[in-house]
Ligand binder design. Structure first.
Ligand SMILES: [Zn+2]
Length: 333
């Protein structure tokens, strides 16, 4: 377990909190920056029984506490996350696991914080991601934040802090994890063996860990095939295309909408600023398309896509939605 190169400053700021440890710390920033891993490294360091001090502070990795932590069975650590994220043994079970953190889970975590610790006096709850709490769960947590038990630490991770209750935010010590600069991100991706580092980083809007997921060749083949369908805009076979893509599972449909959104974003950016963010492998084609399209239908279409993505988990009629969107797309040229 290690910190990523772009987290060095954030890690130092966390370590400096040790002297007067807050009861709640929120690590927030874009997805794909390794915030949860940083939270784990910090928790492990806090609990380590022989931790180093100073600039190169690190957990020892050999004491009983570090050993338990690495096994995922530290008696003073409780992980609070949606059921769907658990590496449970019943992974093969048919039961659909929740995307949410329930009030029961939060109560369980609060009970845990109120017990006395096994080792050095501190109990830690790792909450990831905090925006997965439903309203009842968030309210239950708020009570604990208002009157935190002694020797307890809540380490919250959030990709979308704007979705958290203001009253929760105001009771956390907040630490923002920033995007690395491009050169650092590209260096790191190359060291991971990602060959199209620049393209993948663009698709991930600058988040290096997210970028590694785009390095998958099969993913790139599917993305290029979809974009190629969009290229000959005037002749895009809308009905056939909608029919074909409507047969995909919901996750893939959500992916299509995201690709479409990124495609339109790049077209707009090409039109206004002469550059693309996501589709660096299609910039010439985007330049040609951008010259043929007006801005207002482009903006309208982006709004339409945003609406479609908001209800992506419960699409009423995928084929009809796709037809509408693609017709609007072709008629924009
Ligand atoms: Zn240790």
């Amino acid at each position: 377990m290690h910190i990523y190169p772009w987290q060095a400053d954030s890690a130092q700021r966390l370590l400096s909190l040790r002297a007067q440890l807050p009861h709640a710390i929120l690590l927030h920033g874009r997805a794909g920056l390794g915030k949860y891993q940083l939270a784990q490294v910090f928790a492990k360091w806090l609990l380590c029984e022989q931790r180093g001090a100073g600039a190169a502070a690190a957990a020892c990795g050999t004491c009983p506490s570090c050993h338990w932590f690495e096994l995922g069975s530290h008696p003073d650590v409780h992980i609070l996350q949606p059921g769907a994220m658990d590496d449970a043994d019943d992974a093969g079970s048919e039961r659909k696991k929740s995307e949410w953190i329930s009030v029961e889970q939060v109560r369980h975590a609060i009970d845990f914080l109120q017990l006395s610790s096994h080792r050095n006096g501190l109990r830690i709850v790792l909450l990831n991601p905090a925006e997965a709490m439903n309203a009842a769960a968030a309210n239950a947590l708020l009570k604990t934040l208002e009157e935190p038990p002694a020797n307890s630490l809540l380490l919250l991770v959030s990709h979308q802090p704007s979705r958290l209750l203001p009253t929760i935010l105001s009771r956390c010590h907040q630490l923002r994890i920033n995007l690395p600069d491009t050169a650092q991100a590209l260096d790191w991706l190359s060291a991971q063996g990602v060959s199209d580092a620049q393209l993948c980083l663009g698709l991930a809007a600058g988040s290096p860990l997210l970028a590694t997921t785009f390095a998958d060749e099969e993913y790139q083949v599917r993305r290029r095939a979809f974009v190629t369908d969009l290229l000959d805009a005037a002749q895009t076979p809308v009905l056939a295309m909608a029919e074909r893509y409507a047969k995909l599972p919901v996750a893939d449909y959500s992916q299509l909408l995201q690709w479409l959104q990124q495609w339109m974003h790049d077209m707009q950016s090409m039109k206004l600023a002469g550059k693309v963010y996501y589709h660096q492998d299609f910039s010439e084609q985007l330049r040609n398309l951008a010259m043929r399209v007006k801005l207002s239908p482009l903006l309208k279409l982006q709004q339409r896509l945003q609406q479609a993505r908001a209800v992506v988990a419960h699409p009423l009629n995928v084929q009809m939605v796709l037809e509408d969107i693609l017709l609007e797309y072709t008629s924009a040229f």
